[in-house]
Design a protein around this ligand. Sequence first.
Ligand code: SAH
Length: 359
Amino acid sequence: MTAEADSLYSVDRPRLTALLPDEPRYRVEQIWRGLYVEHRTPAEMTNLPLALRERLEAALPAELALARDSVSEGGMTHKYLWRLHDGATIESVLMHSPDRSTVCVSTQAGCAMACSFCATGQAGFDRHLHAGEIVAQVVEAARRAEGRRVSNVVFMGMGEPLANYDATLTAVERIHDDLGLSARHLTISTVGVLPGIRRLATERLPVTLAVSLHAADDVLRDELVPLNRRAPLAALAEACREYLAAKGRRLSFEWAMIEDVNDTDEQAELLAAYVRPLRAHVNLIPLNPTPGYPVRGSSRTRIEEFRDLLTTRGVNATIRRTRGGDIDAACGQLRMGDADRKDSSHRSWRTAGPRVLPD
Ligand code: SAH
């Protein structure tokens, strides 16, 4: 593995101290506070001497350059397209609601999990993000939150967080310890990387775990979430039990509602039986359209019926409000849209297997 170059949010305090051997200790604290409490760039740290600001800028480049800011719902949802130092592009989404502001962050440029209905999965994998590139997405959103405080971070953007474990965990710790968000307001969403779930169960911070289930029998799940072929449902339930036992935090299962595929009475029955012993919550996500998956989402009526089927079987189920569909910022839509493809250097739509390509 190549060593990670220093950048603003990649360095820890000891590294920052080592980079400034001739500076008094309090300078390190001022800079740390500037970065994590005041969310300032070095140029904005006007409490520092100009020469030091310039030194910082040269030694610690910013991870993210804004390539596009798409706005919807009158500013309540923003999708940011970021360009990384090597030209790779990623997206994050900032969502405001009356009681909280949530940032949805990417952990990889692209994704190797190839879930059939997900735009990121359809476009393939470019590379892992470094911890600094994950943390910077939260800081950049906080800088743009217009007086609101970012209270929640969901690791539900591009990529599979538990396939990039170390960087994700370092980012979680930095977001908790230095940006000051509470662990239960951090949610890691996974397709079910079993070693990752087990390891997460041993970590200091009790983050919320969300598992993308989408099917409650192995034949269907093999098709929708290819990782299931290696990590089938029974083994996944076991890892979830371990997480629940270790952390005592309620898990949630995500379920994108796909017409005549996983919205049947039979799937509701199997799903209820699967989640009941885990006392988990089910989050039903209206399927967002993606070019590579020509299957329709369930109707609103069917989603409500499916929820009721779960509820009457003793399962706590809610329907996720979709945000940012008009700017391709909804779940599973990241990295699609014309402008994105034009101004990014990644190789879209290049994965193996038959795909329905956009015009
Ligand atoms: N790789 C992680 C996190 C990113 S995806 C994971 O899979 O959990 C975040 C959520 O959006 C997952 O539950 C994913 O299955 C869901 N999703 C992906 N594509 C979608 C789509 N087209 N419509 C609705 N939800 C989708």
